[in-house]
Design a binder for this molecule. Structure first.
Ligand SMILES: [Zn+2]
Length: 47
């Protein structure tokens, strides 16, 4: 778990997917966001 800590986003470490529309984070990827119905649930890129 230590490799994630350097980003300071520990609360998101188990929820790499985020809806681009409502900004809700998920632990699994949805084709349709269960919160807002949006189609933009994408994995966050940590470059
Ligand atoms: Zn959403």
């Amino acid at each position: 778990m230590g490799l994630i800590r350097r980003f300071g986003v520990i609360e998101k470490s188990d929820r790499p997917y985020e809806c681009k529309r409502c900004k809700t984070a998920f632990s699994v990827q949805y084709q349709v966001c269960p919160e807002c119905g949006g189609y933009s649930v994408e994995r966050e890129e940590w470059d």
